[in-house]
Design a protein around this ligand. Sequence first.
Ligand SMILES: [Zn+2]
Ligand SMILES: [Zn+2]
Length: 387
Amino acid sequence: MDEAAGVQTSTDMPIPGTMKAWVLGDPGQLRIIEKPVPMPRRAEVLVRIDAVAICATDLEIIEHGTPALIQGGPPFNKDFTPGHEYMGTVAALGPGVDEYKIGERVTVEIHAGCGQCKRCRQGMYTSCHNYGLNYGNVDKGHRANGFTTDGGFAEYAVNNINTLSRVPNDMSDEEATLVVTAGTSMYGLTELGGLVAGESVVVTGPGPIGLLAVAVAKALGASPVILSGTRDARLAIGTKLGADRVVNVRNEDLVAVVKEMTGHGADYVVECAGTDTAINEATKMVNRGGKICLAAFPHEPVLTDIGALVKNNIYIYGIRGEGKSATHRAMALMAAKRFDATHIHTHTFPLADLPMALHYARNRIDDAIKVVVKTRGVVTQTKKEVA
Ligand SMILES: [Zn+2]
Ligand SMILES: [Zn+2]
């Protein structure tokens, strides 16, 4: 790291000039290079990355580019480092930063909005109007690490202080990487949906966001919480995270089960599967005046019964990321041990083995759910869930 006016460092954590970082070449091609360690600016810190979880969106970016946007275009062959679900240790402070100390463990959320557009002013910084306008002479201050700016498959990254949550001493590095996933579920349920205790929730699709949506809903007092999916092993993890009822849609009629358990249908459906069937079932099992949160990305337009939504006064909304500081609130629940997110962590690899880690995540080898990569002192570990 070059010396810069006002940047504070500590002799306890000397910062090298360069670091190891994976960068994206052509689609699907990652290589590890030496890159300059970035420098924190005003309201930013340098984070030494200790652990980073792989997300399905990373796999999408590495193969197809979207939704990453680097210098206004696709992220290929720009020495861009993907990875966005990371945690680490504060290693240097930008000018004027006194909110954090060097040596503190932190976990991060992805988006730091521009702070000046209409949506940022409303606290909806994951919907920033200046998304990706952060380069050259159009730098609006927007940052989404691993999407529009360098991310976490590296030894260091720069983060806005607004994106940081402190990690308690008794929380492992691996667990801390899961806070942003829980924060996304939280954003769908509380900040946008207004969930209060005693309301019923159905979660469709037991991926990481769906599984932690079960955990967050339960921790917030939702009742009952019903999880649907097609794989019994995943549904069993949902039970451990607090689901009152799991439904394998290969064997049971989900809509019938929900109607039977709730009477008129669920107050909330959190749709995490992204399939036509799941979206159509959501419209049938949400009760009158209920809400459907769309948290998955269908790849094609979906045909659904809009008339039923109108007649039944249904609210339907998409969520983008982990907005409105929901990550901070998810950390509060996890720090208080209201649920054990580590049920979804299955494998750990060293940073040097990132391609193998991505292979496990992509192909769900050995029932992989969340695969975590660590930057130091780790040997490959696999952890099988015992259902
Ligand atoms: Zn993610
Ligand atoms: Zn903005």
